[in-house]
Ligand binder design. Structure first.
Ligand SMILES: [Mn+2]
Length: 430
């Protein structure tokens, strides 16, 4: 791991919150992700399942967490199972968690090797009435492969058909969406690394640079700051590529006069940041580009103010749509007739702004959070309006990450990342 160790107090708190929501006499189990094969003996880099990470801090494959708050013996309430390691194994496989290190990372005292899992689980199941199984119910999830978690759930339900079944996911969606202060610090740190990458680019971008050279600059800056790299596949879209919302080819040359839309951000300690900036290849915006840019910026600033406790996500999007509509009228992209005749199911503004304004952000870039429930303090959201104009060969999106506050306006974790036209032009021309 490149990141500095996280204080185990965070994971102790996270487990306490989860266990407080469990039914009497129930067991919950969480698994690591698999290491995904490519072919022959090559694999993708390991990426930990965010739920076991959130509850334990364990960032290692083949790990299992078992929670049983009503266990008859205290040492059985929180148990970790890890792949066995010792000095000999470490020579071949590199450093894995020892039982002592696992305690330092997670705050869990009872640690067994994985080969004891079925035996220990079987004992717990004779005491327990209910099993909490963890399924992926994220509103954007499409999963083609069978995860280690899913594989375990299938086996578990078949092996213990007489137990009641309960769902972990709604509990996790609720608790993971409201961040602890340690988590906000980690997300801030990811945002600060992203800022370094973006500032580096402002001195680097010039006509004829390629999108992949920009990607390489960012990867360099992120990794040298203890990030694994991009929090999500980067979008580096010059000219009309910006109008392809999920453009990830990043293989074109940036032409003088064009804009580049950059949806690029670093991860840190498995926490995401999620930034979008749009900058001119030449270092100067045209008057038209500037007008559209400032319209997007005003929508972003107005939308941000609405992210307050009690706000409903759906209603928020309706209000943002109204603000965007008035900006598009001002830019001459819509006229009054377009708005008067609009279909309420697909309002006129969606011709130029067809995606959502905000999503939860945290351990997942599109983080957990139940969107039908009102916003709460310490939720972290993106704010990311855009205007896309294929006829004019550019698209602009601006995106920051903000924390909902108990009182007052949200706290902008990207407050130090340049976004005003003047500042961007000044930094690009230094
Ligand atoms: Mn986003």
């Amino acid at each position: 791991m490149k990141y500095h160790q996280i204080n185990s107090a965070l994971f102790v708190k996270n487990r306490r919150k989860f266990m407080a929501e469990m039914k009497p006499n129930s067991v919950a189990v969480f698994n690591s992700n698999d290491i995904y094969p490519i072919s022959a003996d090559s694999t993708l880099p390991f990426a930990q399942h965010r739920d076991i990470f959130y509850l334990s801090g364990v960032d290692q494959e083949e790990s299992v967490l078992l929670l049983f708050p009503d266990a008859p013996y205290e040492h059985q309430r929180e148990i970790l199972f890890l792949r066995e390691t010792n000095d000999h194994i470490a020579v071949w496989e590199g450093e894995k968690l020892t039982k002592e290190r696992a305690f330092q990372v997670s705050g869990i005292r009872t640690v067994y090797w994985l080969q004891d899992f079925h035996k220990v689980l079987n004992e717990m199941m004779t005491y327990a009435d209910t099993m909490y199984i963890n399924t992926n119910e994220h509103y954007r999830a499409t999963v083609e492969t069978e995860t280690r978690e899913a594989r375990f759930v299938k086996w578990w339900k078949e092996r213990y058909p007489a137990h009641n079944v309960a769902k972990s996911n709604p509990i996790l969606q609720r608790i993971r969406s409201v961040k602890e202060s340690e988590e906000i610090d980690l997300i801030q740190h990811a945002c600060d690394i992203t800022e370094k990458g973006f500032r580096r680019l402002l001195g680097f971008v010039k006509p004829n640079v390629t999108e992949y050279e920009i990607e390489a600059e960012l990867a360099h800056e992120f990794i040298r700051n203890r990030s694994k790299g991009f929090a999500y596949t980067p979008i580096i879209a010059s000219g009309n590529n910006a109008n392809v919302l999920h453009y990830i080819e990043n293989n074109q040359q940036c032409k003088n006069g064009d804009l580049i839309l950059l949806d690029v951000a670093a991860e840190y300690a498995n926490y995401s940041s999620d930034m979008t900036r749009t900058i001119p290849v030449s270092g100067r915006f045209s008057e038209r580009q500037k007008a559209v840019y400032n319209a997007v910026l005003r929508v972003k600033n107005e939308a941000t103010k609405m992210l307050t406790p009690g706000t409903l996500w759906k209603q928020y999007h309706v209000e943002v749509g109204k603000i965007m509509t008035s900006e598009l009228l001002g830019l001459g992209l819509l006229d009054k007739a377009d708005v008067q005749n609009e279909n309420p199911e697909w309002p006129a503004y969606k011709k130029y702004f067809m995606h959502g304004t905000s999503h939860h952000m945290g351990l997942d870039t599109h983080d957990y959070g139940l969107l039908h429930e009102p916003m709460k303090p310490n939720m972290v959201f993106t704010v990311e309006p855009g205007i896309y104009i294929p006829n004019e060969k550019f698209g602009i999106r601006l995106e920051d990450n903000v924390v909902v506050q108990e009182k007052g306006e949200p706290f902008n974790l990207m407050r130090n990342i340049p976004v005003e036209v003047d500042e961007i032009e000044t930094l690009m021309n230094e």
